[in-house]
Design a protein around this ligand. Sequence first.
Ligand SMILES: *Cc1c(COP(=O)(O)O)cnc(C)c1O
Length: 456
Amino acid sequence: MSNTNIPYKIYLEESEMPKEWYNVRADMKKKPAPLLNPATLSPVTAEDLEPVFCKELVAQELNETDRYIAIPEEIQDFYKMYRPSPLVRAYCLEKKLGTPAKIYYKFEGNNTSGSHKLNSAIAQAYYAKKQGLKGVTTETGAGQWGTALSMACSYFDLDCQVYMVKVSYEQKPFRREVMRTYGAAVTPSPSETTEVGRKILAEFPGTGGSLGCAISEAVEAATTQDGYRYVLGSVLSQVLLHQSVIGMETKTAMDKYGIKPDIIIGCAGGGSNLGGLISPFMGEKLRGEADYRFIAVEPASCPSLTRGVYAYDFCDTGKVCPLQKMYTLGSGFMPSPNHAGGLRYHGMSAVLSELYDQGLMEAVAVEQTSVFEAAQMFARVEGILPAPESSHAIKAAVDEAIKCRETGEEKTILFGLTGTGYFDMYAYGAYNDGKMTDYIPTDEEIKRSTDMLPKV
Ligand SMILES: *Cc1c(COP(=O)(O)O)cnc(C)c1O
């Protein structure tokens, strides 16, 4: 097809919507290292995981061979409510930057949860319902995952118990109320409701909590109540699988109009949106059919890929989850409290960690004031108020577009705009008041935390 009639926003016809998720592990010659049972340190089996996670999701987690996995009809129907998400040409941003680069973004913020997390939440709720469970438990940091899961659970009439990192519970009352509106029970973590919560509170009285700690509480809540399982919104390979719907749509849209991205950029917290966006493109690279540059963008205050170590680590502070080999800052790493931009998880998806280790993907770390500067520029020229997390990708895309301005190269840059920032206005306020600062952990700080990694 000719390139002259490319719409400003590319949507897909219903018949073009993905019917399958793409499992990038099937095309990896060297697979991610297996998860380990924390008690025995041997590779986990389905039987190890099934008391904690839904059966079908365990099967997906352990599936390294099926390239495509069918998206059940019920999930496709739910996707139709807010998908396809638009692939947008950022003409106004290009003009503002004076760059010859063509910039596209895939916008995942057009649903009430405000982020891509709903793509996996609905899948996880579906499999929980199919298994006949009463409900699910989870943790949430900034609140996007908890919101997405509460929406998904109310759709399938499942109980939803959310452990919300205490600082966010207090600072983001509106997120909490959205979750409660969808019927979720929200508990600030650490709490007195679990053994691990009580232990953490005794050790660190007055702590504002952390994701790792909330995960431990949610896992305990799932395993101590009949008919409940734990679900997780990022990091796990099953979540990357569900998020591949982002990349599948993007690839179909780009192929339809003959667009080939040179650079694909995404922010990286636990790695799910980035993994989902790049998956089908990475598949082509792995099979030797095409080449792309992939860039993971992380905060300089929580730099797991760029400054962490590639080793087995715990996924949670309470050390109850399986061990995963990943780029990590250590499960005891606490990002600076002045870090407002999300993406605070100490580790990274095993799939992305392995791809990065093989040199198939690059990573950059950016400071939060520069992220908010990019966010503000983007909001002013493109109209969308971006989530701080997403703005890490904007910052890196802008930097690449500026390089093109300097070299005169007409590269095509694609980035994932994962969500909107309406619930992050305190952070925007700090930036607008000139009060936002950057914090970069010292090598000693990181070493202190990575020295505590489990010896496997
Ligand atoms: C959760 C979240 C992220 C980061 O999570 P990943 O698993 O790394 O994708 C990025 N953007 C938004 C808007 C989010 O809610």
